[in-house]
Design a protein around this ligand. Structure first.
Ligand code: SAM
Length: 282
């Protein structure tokens, strides 16, 4: 990859509010005012936001269906020195929104790409969920059909990290029913709905109780939501004499980390517990 010439422009990836216009940053406004072209997921939608901040720049459309055709054109604008901003309908572009192909293309061409950070529904929901955030898995949109949705949930049954999904509230009852079926009714969930808007609701409970709550209040099935699922408990199976024999044997052939990983995998025991045990051998 060659680096862009100094006189080439920059592609700014600009986050916009997820509901509350007050969440736009001053730098987002300044950037959108300054660039030569604003690439929008939906130009009509973004023009409302732009006019609210008296931004009148040239807009072009860049959505899932034309992104690959537009990337060379935008690349040529950048190469000729123009600055371009990318915005999506709400939140951070590329996060379950268009922009990945364009950013990859620009980076491959050595063109400048720079973030103007701001709102993101997944991160906003995570910040108020009260579930572990030191590690988490963002899983994007859950499928609309129950078979596909259950398959995804089944694949995540042993995921120990907090899991973050986008989903439509109108499907919330079906989704939570699938969670009860696949992950059990005691798995803890958080629904963060209409974040930053008038009817913002953040509700957490077990999947079983969540199902009751949703069934009793049709208002909870409106708007936009992020669904967060607590991670599965870490497996801490017993380190039996057989497991320890296998570990000691592997330690003769492999570095400690690798020996612990292989033993953990074979016997479904906690890798860290094995590693702590190896430390006691020294
Ligand atoms: N790029 C956006 C972001 O940074 O969050 C996400 C775009 S994705 C097409 C839209 C989904 O994000 C919605 O279906 C919903 O799951 C979630 N979402 C967006 N705004 C939200 C809000 N104000 N409250 C809750 N969820 C929201």
């Amino acid at each position: 990859m060659t680096l862009a010439e100094d006189n080439s422009g920059t592609l700014y990836i600009v986050a916009t509010p997820i509901g509350n216009l007050g969440d736009i940053s001053q730098r987002a406004i300044d950037t959108l005012r300054a660039v030569d072209v604003i690439a929008c997921e939906d130009t009509r939608h973004s023009k409302k936001l732009l006019s609210a901040f008296s931004i009148s720049g040239k807009t072009i459309s860049l959505h899932d269906h034309n992104e690959r055709q537009k990337q060379e054109y935008i690349g040529s604008l950048l190469a000729s020195g123009s600055d371009v901003a990318l915005v999506s309908d709400a939140g951070t572009p590329l996060i379950s929104d268009p922009g990945f192909h364009l950013v990859r293309y620009c980076r491959q061409q050595g063109l400048n790409v720079s973030p103007v950070p701001g709102a993101c529904a997944a991160i906003s929901a995570l910040s108020v969920a009260g579930l572990p955030t030191d590690r988490f898995a963002f899983e994007g949109f859950l499928p609309a059909k129950t078979g596909a949705r259950q398959a995804i949930l089944q694949g995540l049954a042993n995921e120990t990290r907090t899991m973050v999904f986008y989903d439509a509230p109108r499907r919330a009852i079906d989704t939570v029913q699938d969670i009860v079926t696949v992950l059990g009714e005691s798995r803890y969930l958080v629904i963060a709905r209409e974040l930053t808007k008038t009817f913002e609701t953040i509700y957490s409970n077990t999947a079983g109780e969540m199902l009751n709550w949703l069934s009793q209040d049709a208002n909870q099935l409106k708007g936009e939501m992020v669904l967060i699922i607590e991670g599965a408990p870490e497996k801490i199976s017993e380190i039996t004499p057989e497991v320890e024999r296998a570990l000691k044997r592997l330690l003769k052939e492999l570095p400690p980390k690798k020996a612990c990983a292989v033993t953990a995998d074979l016997y479904e025991v906690n890798k860290k517990a094995l590693y702590d045990l190896t430390l006691s051998y020294k």
